[in-house]
Design a protein around this ligand. Structure first.
Ligand code: F6R
Length: 334
């Protein structure tokens, strides 16, 4: 689907264009051919907005993939990633130093990484046969659906799974948005419930990446504090801190799934009950009749829109990430 009508200077236009970006680009044919080779594992490199697609793929396939999928959001490459592994380096700008560092380490180990970027140093360093170019001028975090459109088919090929029809999913997202009206689920209504609060997004299984993405979008678009946690793990630590939630205005938001196991369902309900008894109300978000990937993307799209509503209420420029840019400038001088 064409993405030419999306205004790449407007976060609102980019977030609203999410459904049409899903499936709008493809990995290069050469990259897909190379991905058919046998591999021992898949290691995805990337930071911030460029890391989310890898986390989505990992969450989606962790139980089904015959080989490990690991995501590295750091400078170093794990020791076990040897020349029999496949590495995918993702950086929208192509200039992120952590990603470049792990990429260089992969080359040293005799790996020819797959590269996904819109340009930058990573594009210059990439093997042209393993390079897939993204459309330029997007904010990296807004380019998530484009990155996923390249990365998911690549990973599906590497792990020997059938390719997902992303165009169809994009259409479903666009249709579902029409249902997020004033019945309590509209992004504006959710934003109002979150007003003055610190959202704590809680996800489990395949929805971990969506909870993490929501936290990041609220931080970067709305410029307010936000956190995420994971179940069942949070039941073994975070639950003890609920006494603080009310006094610090922390509002738990559970990302629910029709695919959650009976044990996880019971855990979420019990956790929510304990929180309620301690004076903490929580929000439960759900998207019915959707596959696991559709659920992940529905939660992400919906909460991306919520982050924009909060940005509007806060009166901040959603697109600008001045502090990230400043930090990158300082580090580049060192
Ligand atoms: C900005 C954003 C950031 C960047 C991150 C890494 O929109 O989402 O989180 O993604 O600073 O930069 P890139 O994606 O260029 O490797």
């Amino acid at each position: 689907m064409a993405i030419d009508n999306i205004d790449r200077t407007s976060m609102s236009s980019m977030v609203n264009g999410f459904p049409q970006m899903v499936g709008a680009v493809n990995p290069s044919t050469d990259a897909i051919e190379s991905a058919k080779d046998t591999t021992k594992g898949v290691c995805v490199l990337g930071m911030g907005g460029s890391a989310i697609a890898g986390e989505i793929c990992k969450g989606l396939y962790s139980e089904r993939a015959p080989i490990p999928i690991t995501c590295v959001r750091d400078y170093a490459l794990p020791k076990y990633v040897d020349s029999d592994w496949s590495v995918i380096a993702v950086s929208y700008s192509g200039n992120t130093e952590e990603t470049l560092s792990a990429f260089a380490e992969a080359i040293k180990r005799g790996i020819i990484p797959f590269v996904i970027s819109s340009g930058g140093k990573l594009m210059d360093l990439a093997d042209p046969k393993r390079f897939s170019r993204l459309p330029d001028s997007f904010q990296p975090r807004a380019a998530l659906p484009l990155i996923l459109s390249v990365e998911l088919p690549l990973i599906e090929t590497l792990i020997g799974q059938n390719r997902t029809n992303l165009i169809q999913i994009g259409k479903k997202l666009a249709d579902r948005k029409k249902e997020w009206t004033d019945n309590g689920s509209s992004p504006n209504q959710i934003a109002r419930r979150l007003s003055g609060k610190i959202p704590l997004f809680i996800g489990s299984g395949h929805l971990q990446a969506a909870a993490y993405r929501a936290k990041c979008q609220i931080n970067e678009n709305a410029k307010i504090a936000s956190f995420h946690s994971i179940l069942p793990e949070a039941n073994h630590n975070e639950i003890e801190s609920v006494g603080w939630f009310a006094s610090k205005d922390i509002l738990p938001v559970f990302l629910r799934s029709e695919h959650e196991s009976p044990r996880i369902r019971k855990r979420i309900e019990a956790t929510s009950e304990i929180y309620f008894d301690e004076g903490v109300d929580s929000i439960h978000l759900n998207h019915a009749n959707a596959s696991k990937l559709e659920e992940i993307l529905l939660h992400i799209y919906h909460l991306d829109l919520v982050s924009m509503e909060i940005a509007l209420k806060q009166g901040v420029d959603a697109v600008a990430v001045e502090r990230i840019a400043r930090l990158k400038r300082i580090l580049s001088q060192a």
